[in-house]
Design a protein around this ligand. Structure first.
Ligand SMILES: [Zn+2]
Length: 353
């Protein structure tokens, strides 16, 4: 299991280790904040510092505790650590069997309650991290309440969650909530550039995701780069907009599983979101609230054309693209929505109301 210090969240975690060192650490923590900003990585880093033989504090990464945690597959190899991870398990929701056994049922995973019923083996703590805790179904949350009410000594439970309102109020109220903010534009840009994104792509994605490095990386993997290039072609002088539109259906990218229609909808939704983000940026540049930094790379040509048309055209385009994005959710035909969106974008250039 990979454990690393997540950019921008070090001081929050150090505060928690200090609390642990002085016996003031709550047994249940809720790491909340937008998706993809490093909350889960922070939860694992925090865990490492609790299970480090020299801890609580910054993990040394060389002691047996640190080595065991980092060993093995995504579950980690430390006997006092349990990771409940719907992403790795491929679960849409976290079933109650991940939290507690029901009489007469056998489960393929170790449950949280059976894990916590064992004594700590390697350290004096037992740490459970639940990734995307908003995916706990209601039965699982009710089972979790029991643990939150009567924790065994040394228990530390971390719930990582980007939609805390989907947790039962009774669960939320039994945790100490820590709000994580995006680590900042510069960090997000660096993460994307490390992943091989050209500067202008990175800037567009950071804008689109409000500075979330994880969400930006996801979009990059989905082929956002080639979609931004398609927006460049659409805005190139003398381009045949509708001919460009057809190219959208040919672009490579991971748009998930499901029917051809569902995949087309996700492809179109991403394309429209990227267009909306470009228009939003152009609007800010046009009113002097943003810098037009990218002179080259994917999306730069479209951005320059949008900026040239001015704030009014950008405003019209923005609202129309937002409406078309909504049409995708309303299950209208993807091909028709795409053509309407591109006609709207052209109308925006003439400043139509
Ligand atoms: Zn260590």
């Amino acid at each position: 299991m990979r454990v690393f210090e997540p950019a921008g969240h070090g001081s929050s975690i150090e505060g928690l280790w200090r609390a642990a060192a002085t016996g003031r650490l709550s047994h249940a923590l809720l790491f909340e904040g937008p998706r993809g900003i490093g909350k889960f990585a922070a939860a694992l880093w925090f865990t490492a510092g609790l299970l480090c033989r020299a801890g609580p504090g910054r993990p040394c990464l060389v002691c047996p505790g640190c080595k065991q945690l980092a060993a093995g597959d995504w579950r980690g190899g430390h006997a006092d650590f349990l990771r409940i991870d719907p992403v790795e398990e491929g679960w849409d929701e976290i079933p109650v069997s991940a939290i507690a056994e029901r009489a007469g049922e056998r489960s393929s995973v170790q449950s949280l309650s059976s894990f916590l019923s064992l004594k700590a083996l390697e350290s004096d703590r037992r740490v459970v991290v639940v990734r995307e805790a908003e995916r706990l179904n209601e039965h699982a949350q009710n089972a979790l309440l029991k643990t939150l009410e009567e924790p065994a000594p040394g228990t530390v439970l971390v719930l990582e969650c980007s939609r805390p309102l989907e947790l039962l109020p009774t669960v939320r109220s039994r945790t100490v909530r820590l709000a994580f903010a995006p680590p900042g534009r510069a960090v997000a840009l660096a993460v994307l550039e490390d992943a091989g994104a050209p500067r202008s792509t990175a800037e567009a994605l950071v804008e689109l995701t409000d500075g979330s490095p994880g969400e930006s990386l996801r979009l990059l993997r989905q082929g956002a780069d080639s979609m931004l290039e398609l927006w460049d072609r659409i805005f190139a002088p003398g381009s045949d907009t509708l001919a460009c539109a057809g190219a959208l259906w040919e672009l490579e990218g991971d748009f998930g599983d499901g029917s051809a229609l569902a995949v087309s909808r996700r492809r179109l939704a991403l394309f429209l979101e990227l267009g909306t983000a470009l228009v939003h940026r152009a609007r800010r540049v046009a009113v002097g609230a943003g810098a037009e930094e990218s002179a080259q790379g994917a999306g730069a040509g479209a951005l320059a054309a949008l900026v040239r048309d001015g704030e009014r055209a950008a405003a019209v385009r923005f609202h129309r693209l937002v409406d078309r994005r909504r049409d995708v959710d309303h299950n209208l035909d993807p091909g028709a929505v795409l053509e309407l969106a591109l006609l709207d974008v052209r109308a925006g250039a003439r400043g139509l109301p």
